[in-house]
Design a protein around this ligand. Structure first.
Ligand code: NDP
Length: 242
């Protein structure tokens, strides 16, 4: 695809789910992709399948220096970064009364600080080039909330706010896109420990969900726009999701 071919696209949370599928699709359209996450084996397998136009960089997005290293490695390999997609996230849902405060901390560190650290790492490079595109994955839970979703939802509302303020600050030169997926096939929620959430939802794997392609295609739409078109927010739900 014309506007995707040869673009250097860095994706966090690319070892499974939405990020992994999108990395494969973007590479198939001619992009050079840099995959980041913690599970090196998974990243290596995906990159091997894609071939020469992909590298991986083991990255924990809750560590600021890891994001700095990720952007540095991408520039070392491909010369510059056109697109950074802050997609990594976790969703260990729970009710407040259960007091799973360590899980709240992890969500804040990964879902919010991970996005901030990504922006911090890439922004000087993009401002210097006078162009670039930063995406982040929020959620339908970043638009509306409900019982048991408080902290996860709070992190995703934060992503929306951070990205909108960023857009206003850099709108002269840099595109900013926030993606709001509804229920999508992936490993998300595999780390839910709350007995109340497990009793309420059962196995999240059995809920009706969209394929990862639905979100990957939305990202491809945003990235493939002409130079002066900035897609700011995309909400994608499976039919039937409120
Ligand atoms: P997955 O669990 O399949 O993917 C999450 C990705 O994030 C994995 O690659 C994981 O890799 C990575 N990740 C988690 N923690 C870290 C970390 N500390 N550092 C680096 N990478 C990390 O789920 P999805 O594909 O669904 O999730 C992608 C995004 O989509 C998330 O932000 C999620 O909140 C959002 N989303 C998903 C929805 C859904 O229904 N699936 C709905 C709405 C939003 P690793 O463990 O190897 O580090």
């Amino acid at each position: 695809m014309e506007n995707i071919k040869n673009k250097v696209i860095v994706i966090t949370g690319a070892s499974s789910g939405i990020g992994a599928v999108a990395a494969q699709k973007l590479a198939a359209l001619g992009a050079k992709v840099v995959l980041a996450a913690r599970r090196e084996d998974q990243l290596k397998a995906i990159v091997t399948e894609i071939g020469d136009n992909a590298i991986y960089v083991p990255t924990d997005v809750s560590k600021r220096t890891d994001l700095d290293n990720l952007i540095r490695q991408a520039i070392n390999k491909f010369g510059h970064v056109d697109v950074l997609w802050n997609n990594a996230g976790i969703m260990p849902l729970s009710f407040f009364e259960e007091g799973l405060a360590d899980e709240w901390d992890r969500m804040i560190d990964i879902n919010i600080k991970g996005v901030l650290y990504g922006i911090n790492a890439v922004l000087p490079h993009m401002l210097q080039r006078g162009q670039g595109h930063i995406l982040a994955t929020s959620s339908v839970a970043g638009i509306k909330t409900s019982a048991g979703m408080g902290v996860y939802s709070g992190t995703k509302f934060a992503v929306k706010a951070i990205m909108e303020a960023l857009r206003e600050e850099v709108t002269q030169t840099i595109k900013v896109t926030t993606i709001f997926p509804g229920a999508t096939q992936s490993e998300l929620g595999h780390d839910i420990t709350s007995p109340k959430i497990r009793a309420l939802y059962g196995d999240l794997k059995n809920m009706p969900k969209m394929d990862e392609d639905a979100i990957a295609d939305a990202v491809i739409y945003a990235i493939s726009q002409p130079g002066n078109v900035s897609v700011n927010e995309l909400v994608i739900r499976p039919l039937g999701q409120t």
